[in-house]
Design a protein around this ligand. Sequence first.
Ligand SMILES: Cc1cc2nc3c(=O)[nH]c(=O)nc-3n(C[C@H](O)[C@H](O)[C@H](O)COP(=O)(O)OP(=O)(O)OC[C@H]3O[C@@H](n4cnc5c(N)ncnc54)[C@H](O)[C@@H]3O)c2cc1C
Ligand code: SF4
Length: 437
Amino acid sequence: MTDRIGEARSEAVFEDFKGQYTRDQATVEANRCLFCSDAPCVKVCPTHIEIPQFIRKIATDNVKGSARTIFEANILGMSCARVCPVEVLCVGACVYNAMGVPPVQIGKLQRYSTDVAYDAKWRFFEAGPDSGKRVALVGAGPASLACAHELRRHGHAVTIFEKRSAIGGLNATGVAPYKMKADRAAEEAAWVLGIGGVEVKTGVAVGTDVSFEQLEQQHDAVFFGAGLGSDTKLGVPGEDLPGVSGAVEWIEQMKLSRVPTDGVRHCLVVGGGNTAVDVVREACGLGIPRVTMLYRGTQAKMSGYAHEWKAALPEGGRADWQAVVTRFEGDGRVERVHCARLDAKKQPIAGSDFVVEADLVLVAIGQSKLGALLSGLEGIALESGCVVTDEHGCTGRKGWFAGGDCRNGGKEVVNAAAEGKAAALAIHAYLSGGSHA
Ligand SMILES: Cc1cc2nc3c(=O)[nH]c(=O)nc-3n(C[C@H](O)[C@H](O)[C@H](O)COP(=O)(O)OP(=O)(O)OC[C@H]3O[C@@H](n4cnc5c(N)ncnc54)[C@H](O)[C@@H]3O)c2cc1C
Ligand code: SF4
């Protein structure tokens, strides 16, 4: 799987921003944990990893046991240790915060255990006895990988259909390289699917190359884990000029192959969410001398994490708040971006127009929803483009389940992992004649 990810990738220049604990550092940090009962850090984790338990095992030098505790709850525990926004999840909930003491570095401890497990090539789970049932999974992102693994533990045969040539979903194609690079995501996918009995069909777009009806006829259940679609466009004149790109599309190219940055003098990033902040940091890291984020709201109202924006500033990121793009202009390539200022109600201020010179523009204002792919299937309901399910991932159509970004509208890897696993348990109950769907 790694052979489908280019060797000379732009992302290779990025250093790992958190680094790895040594055994001594991990032991010292683990011994800071108060092993709280009813621990708040566990409650906020969507996969409910038994955090005090895995930390206690590190403290007693039982790293294998620690890794097992993590993977039992979340088979994507390795990538989550690197990419989870722990500041607003487990670490943010640690009781030490209320005492004015630095919280336990749960993410770094999780990374220590899972990295040791990967290096040692430990495996923890086996496939269950063959159930004779077949399940089709659409997409090979975190939601489907977690679902596939859990289904195999229950003995169901699994086929994953993935439209791209690389598997891992946004873990491979979207996550910032200073958190995790594409080859590490591919390694995780291979490790998860190493449980055996999973057929992966890459380069197959369901709905185009194979129909949803065919999937249904040939399988006992279907899991839809297709994530989100292409970058949303601004819809202003000149957006098709070379040099103007969707941010997620550009990030994918940067992670899997190369993006041209030689000679780029000013990169303008449009948006104020987490993708916008990521791409600011990535453009700075690739050596583009001037990188500006143009956002229609204020800094206080931006949806990107404040801690990530804080990290972008010393790297060279700058922002222009309360402004929008009105059109792009250039001779064969973007050169000038026409903008207007907004008031507190996000209305354009008359006479506030200004022009920014930029030779690369990355538009990070969201991604399309893919629920519409299923709109022809009776019983499947959509809300704002997302597939509607109950809390187990059951749709209104018999034998159809969904999870991850296509269901929740775009959250984190850990949410996709939790929803994929929950759906697998619901699928198992359904295939066993139980209550779900
Ligand atoms: C730029 C960016 C950075 C992010 N950074 C972080 C981060 O640091 N930390 C974090 O926790 N989360 C991050 N996220 C969010 C996280 O990546 C997603 O929440 C998570 O990957 C969702 O998993 P998923 O399996 O639902 O979807 P995806 O990861 O999108 O996987 C869906 C897969 O389905 C495939 N597919 C789509 N349509 C079809 C079809 N018709 N047929 C076959 N296959 C299909 C796609 O090619 C894709 O591989 C980031 C997201 C973006 C966009
Ligand atoms: S809240 Fe903090 S101290 Fe308590 S169990 Fe969790 S990590 Fe340990």
